[in-house]
Design a protein around this ligand. Structure first.
Ligand SMILES: CC(C)(COP(=O)(O)OP(=O)(O)OC[C@H]1O[C@@H](n2cnc3c(N)ncnc32)[C@H](O)[C@@H]1OP(=O)(O)O)[C@@H](O)C(=O)NCCC(=O)NCCS
Length: 153
């Protein structure tokens, strides 16, 4: 069984990573910005953004991007990372790969001595809120129309 790994986005895998977003349902597309937009943001926020392709063996199947700091996070939870963008291509969802990708992110957080991982999500439907709660995130309430979640590491 090929495993999940996180790899840099390069000239080689750029197009494949960008195209993964097209596989999402219309509702899911409203939950996460296009990977093209995330990569453009990563370019203009080089120091803050940590973008990675999610690989299953040799194939990119998703995208994850972390903000290495965020000014809105309460002081008592610092140092913290913010899970900014996260998606698994439609055909690969519900197979445990999203969970495995978060496990790898958690390992990175622990290695970097991070105390809290934050994220936020749309509340139009149960997705992806239920996924995050199921994974172990705690609901901290709403800010700017988005549900803010956190997890202690
Ligand atoms: C959210 C997302 C990344 C989850 O990835 P995934 O690979 O499908 O999730 P997994 O298969 O690893 O699921 C892990 C667990 O969560 C559960 N789960 C997954 N999606 C769920 C959902 N929509 N509602 C409830 N539980 C869910 C699974 O049943 C599984 O539970 P188990 O461990 O008890 O079996 C994926 O659905 C996605 O890309 N969604 C569209 C983009 C998006 O919303 N991104 C988040 C932006 S905030």
């Amino acid at each position: 069984m090929p495993g999940i790994s996180l790899k840099r986005v390069t000239k080689k895998n750029f197009h494949e990573v960008v195209q993964l977003h097209d596989s999402l349902t219309e509702y899911q597309k409203r939950c996460v910005a296009p990977n093209m937009v995330s990569l453009a943001q990563a370019y203009v926020e080089k120091k803050r953004a940590w973008p990675r392709a999610i690989y299953l063996g040799g194939k990119p199947i998703g995208f994850i991007m972390v903000a290495l700091w965020d000014d809105d996070i309460p002081k008592e939870d610092l140092p913290a990372y913010y899970l900014w963008r996260f998606m698994i291509a439609k055909d690969y969802q519900q197979k445990g790969y999203g969970k495995q990708a978060l496990d790898l992110l958690k390992e990175k957080c622990k290695k970097d001595n991070i105390k809290t991982l934050y994220t936020s999500c749309e509340m139009e439907g149960n997705q992806p809120y239920d996924f995050y709660i199921n994974y172990g995130f705690i609901d901290t309430g709403i800010n700017d129309g988005e549900q803010i979640l956190k997890m202690y590491l």
